[in-house]
Design a binder for this molecule. Structure first.
Ligand code: DON
Length: 580
């Protein structure tokens, strides 16, 4: 099977990510990546994209909360302090490692899927224009793009089943309510990201009244952001639990706002929403265990698929030079080709997951790799076969008992659709663009998809989010994940291999420049910082190398013999590793 795929241009708009295609001439004007600093701690560590939220997480650990409690508090806080991606109106994934003894259990790993769902009235053709072509204005820019938000249900489920039991949901939400009500100073990435989003936000008076207060201009560094409606919504959830979000006034206001923006979401869709606990996807890599997010994220499956391919090479001996990077690129191409065809909502399509993550399948893919680049057009989704069984912002947290949480959640684009549902303070996502509008079409990140990922009633769009915990001897070694659209999976791959193969301390592993290849388009994008000779050698092997701005933000924790080391990704201002 060979597929020629027509690509719509991967253009990019979203936040930390900026997958803007840049020309080689621009390379010298691209910002360089600052060096992260590793922050040590023995009792707990929180690494999150915004400092107030990270500090709230540490405060929860200090009060006896476990890593799950802290992750829930950070999740609610980021909805206030980091509105471009932190959210109540979006969705995401949480991977948890519960240490032995926590809540009386053996050690175990849990995945919570709180991905947005398509409304019941969704159809496979909902994102096409009258001529039957994909219409990005519908899937990215209108109420039709809004998925039923999952975050509130997901965080509440995590707290209820896996929190320490020592702190109530209301206690975990209280710091977020305070920040929304009393306000906080705009700084760092919030100040950096608002100007680019201003035009989008200005379309909705309900949003402009909160985020664009300087006569229609975005809030600036030093301004105070106060969000009374959001405080009320949080207060309602604190008082009455998640149903206060999914039913009653808040649900009605959200459904009304979505419909006014051209969408089809109903109050019933909100009432029907459920977060789902799923078995984690598990692999091994050089004796460590990889625990990650299963479908409807493609992240864990393809992370493991790529690691399986790379396990066949002596990366440590090769170092991070052109030969090793060549193998990375070739592994990435093959995994993303499989992603395009096989992956979707596991409750709606059959995914050959066991095949995709098997060592045998990786062996067959590795056997195709030569010392020259394989053109993307010659790579086709593989035949992983039937096997037994069926199968964007990131924070990493660990507590004193070794319970760990890796959480990635998002509104899709920076500030999502840009629409705050009037009266709720809740900024809504445009996640449904992650569906494939039509077989062979691509989403905003240039990710091609086929029938497995078409929209449908109640379906969850395929994601790339890859919250991951690497275990060594059954205990956390590395907790990582990232925003960055299509670049998430390859970012996580490189953090993991930087630590395991290239033996970098976690701060270096996070700071090191990254490459990214996603099968289509042909190009491999490279962040600033690689030696020109290495890039020239990759070009000589036949790779199309394109410089790109630094993107992604892999806030990570490593467990070392000396304690916990947190590394906030230096690519985005304001991220913080806070430990004690
Ligand atoms: O679920 C996904 O894969 C995307 N909607 C994530 C978007 C994203 O990472 C934007 N971030 N920078």
């Amino acid at each position: 099977m060979r597929r020629i795929i027509s690509l719509t241009l991967a253009l990019f708009l979203s936040g930390t990510l900026a997958f803007a295609q840049s020309t080689p001439q621009l390379a010298s004007t691209l910002p360089t990546i600052p060096q992260a600093r590793g922050i040590g701690g023995h009792f707990g560590m929180v690494v999150a994209q915004e400092r107030l939220a990270a500090q709230i997480g540490v405060g929860i650990l200090d009060r006896g909360g476990n890593a799950v409690d802290a992750a829930v508090a950070v999740g609610f806080a980021l909805a206030v302090t980091y509105p471009r991606a932190g959210n109540l109106g979006g969705g995401g994934f949480m991977v948890i490692h519960l240490a032995k003894g926590a809540r009386g259990n053996e050690a175990r790993d849990i995945a919570i899927d709180y991905r947005e769902t398509a409304p019941e009235a969704a159809t496979p053709t909902m994102f096409l224009d009258a001529a039957g072509n994909p219409d990005p204005a519908k899937s990215r820019d209108s109420g039709l793009s809004v998925g039923v938000p999952g975050t509130v249900a997901g965080l509440a489920l995590a707290h209820d089943k896996y929190g320490s039991g020592r702190l109530s949901l209301a206690e975990l939400i209280a710091p977020a309510i305070r920040l929304a009500e009393q306000g906080f100073r705009v700084q760092d990435d919030l100040a950096d990201s608002l100007p680019a989003a201003a035009k989008k936000l200005a379309r909705f008076p309900s949003t402009a009244g909160i985020l664009l207060k300087n006569g229609g201009k975005p809030l600036q560094s030093g301004d105070r952001l106060i969000q009374f409606d959001l405080a009320d919504t949080l207060q309602a959830i604190a008082a009455r639990g998640p149903r206060a979000f999914y039913e009653g006034t808040t649900a009605k206001l959200i459904a009304d706002a979505v419909q006014q923006a051209g969408g089809i979401m109903t109050e019933q869709d909100l009432a029907n929403y459920r977060a789902i606990e799923r078995p984690v996807v598990r692999g091994t890599y050089r004796g460590r265990t990889i625990v990650s997010m299963p479908p409807p994220s493609s992240g864990g499956v393809h992370l493991i698929e790529m690691l399986n391919i790379l396990e066949g090479y002596d990366l440590r001996h090769l170092g991070r030079g052109d030969e090793a990077l060549h193998y990375f690129i070739e592994a990435m191409k093959r995994a993303y080709a499989d992603r395009a065809v096989f992956m979707g909502d596991p409750d709606a399509v059959k995914i050959p997951q066991a095949g995709l993550i098997s060592k045998k399948y990786a062996d067959s893919l590795r056997a195709e790799i030569t010392d020259k680049a394989t053109p993307s057009a010659d790579i086709h989704p593989g035949k992983p076969g039937e096997h037994e069984g069926q199968n964007t912002t990131h924070h990493s947290i660990i507590d004193r008992d070794g319970n760990a949480v890796s959480n990635t959640y998002t509104l899709n684009f920076s500030y999502g659709l840009g629409l705050i549902a009037d009266g709720t303070g809740v900024l809504l996502n445009n996640e449904l663009d992650d569906f494939t509008a039509k077989a062979g079409a691509s989403n905003a990140y240039g990710l091609v998809g086929f029938a497995a990922n078409l929209p449908g009633p109640g379906k969850r769009p395929l994601s790339s989010m890859t919250p991951t915990i690497v275990l060594q001897d059954g205990k956390p070694l590395l907790i990582t994940g990232s925003p960055g659209g299509s670049r998430i999976i390859t970012a996580v791959l490189q953090v993991v291999t930087n630590v395991i193969d290239f033996q970098m301390p976690v701060a270096d592993a996070v700071s090191a420049p990254r490459i990214h290849q996603q099968w289509q388009p042909e190009e491999t994008v490279v962040e600033p910082g690689f030696a020109p000779e290495v890039l020239a050698a990759l070009t000589a092997r036949g790779h199309m190398i394109v410089p790109t701005r630094p993107g992604t933000s892999a806030n990570s924790i490593e467990v070392t013999a000396d304690g916990y080391v947190g590394a906030a990704d230096p690519r985005t201002r304001g991220a913080l590793a806070a430990g004690y």
